[in-house]
Ligand binder design. Structure first.
Ligand SMILES: [Zn+2]
Length: 309
């Protein structure tokens, strides 16, 4: 009698083990049906460019971006069925974090197995603002975090992990060139009162040691009231603001309105939330931002800025 129960129990154990084996085999099959590549999906443009540089020309890695086409920051972005499908094939999902990806809870719920890398992990946000990539020094830290976390992913082998770390190291050296330019401009820019028409520029101002005295978040098409214009003009006069940071796409009409009223200069900076899908895209866009700020300070002095070389 006892032996019979034992036999049944053992049979059950065997069936369970066989079943587990089948499940494992089936999942692997599914992987192979697509490809063996490590598939990395990023949440939006600046994360894509960062990951692109970390991956470099490493073999066996696929990179795709989630939110395209889209025109601004990710705020309030809703995942499409295509996005969900893409994520179902991903090994790793690289996000900025800091609350800019409002859909993350859904992703974690739908794909509990998916590895999510938070590029902003460990960074202190400025007033809860998630646009950290706009300060090159913090962006470099994001790149480092992406590479480090990727190399820790279970399916990433040693050689690939080393390639990620090495690529990140080289990319960070290029970002450092930008950081040094900012440092060398700080003598002129520190304490400068700034009006910002895009939340992302808080980090630009921070990097240059400037002080944001007023902010409007124009990262989508919307009507601007006469009251808002009046408020901004009042701030400009109150703080002797000479420089305003705006984005060409959504800040141009406000910029024009303000410039018609007061003497402040509007700089149209790139929030680097969209652009070419090229490895050098961030470096180029940020260099251009730095050049605009440089010129704003150095052209004021006179007709020639040769002495400022
Ligand atoms: Zn934004």
């Amino acid at each position: 009698m006892k032996n019979k129960y034992l036999f049944v129990l053992m049979m059950l154990v065997c069936i369970t083990i066989a079943g587990l084996g089948l499940t494992t085999a089936y999942e692997k099959q599914q992987d192979l049906a697509g490809t063996d590549d490590l598939k990395i999906v990023t949440s939006f443009y600046p994360m894509y460019i960062a990951a692109m540089n970390v991956i470099g020309d490493a073999d066996g890695v696929q990179l795709e971006n989630l939110s395209e086409p889209q025109t601004g920051c990710l705020h309030d972005y809703q995942l499409t069925p295509e996005d969900m499908k893409l994520l179902s094939t991903a090994d790793v999902f690289v996000v900025n974090g800091g609350g800019i990806e409002t859909f993350l809870a859904d992703v974690a719920e739908e794909y509990p197995e998916l590895t999510i890398i938070y590029a902003s992990a460990g960074l202190e946000l400025y007033e809860g603002n998630p646009h950290v990539w706009m300060n090159p020094e913090l962006y470099a830290k994001q790149v480092h975090t992406i590479a480090h976390e990727l190399s820790e992913v279970e399916v990433v082998e040693e050689e690939l992990a080393a390639a990620f770390e090495n690529n990140a190291h080289n990319y960070i050296a290029q970002i450092d060139v930008l950081v040094q330019q900012i440092v060398s401009l700080k003598g002129d820019t520190e304490g400068e009162p700034i009006l910002s028409f895009h939340e992302a520029y808080g980090y630009v101002a921070n990097a240059f040691g400037m002080t944001i005295v007023g902010e409007m978040d124009l990262d989508e098409e919307r009507q601007i009231s006469a009251g808002e214009v009046a408020d901004m003009i009042q701030l400009i006069e109150e703080h002797d603001v000479e420089l305003i940071f705006a984005e060409e796409l959504y800040g141009k009409s406000m910029g024009d309105t303000i410039q018609a009223e007061v003497d402040a200069e509007v700089l149209y900076l790139d929030p680097i939330t969209r652009g070419e899908y090229e490895a050098t895209a961030y470096l180029k866009a940020m260099q251009n931002n730095i050049d605009l700020i440089h010129d704003a300070f150095h052209d004021h002095a006179g007709d020639s800025d040769h002495e400022h070389q």
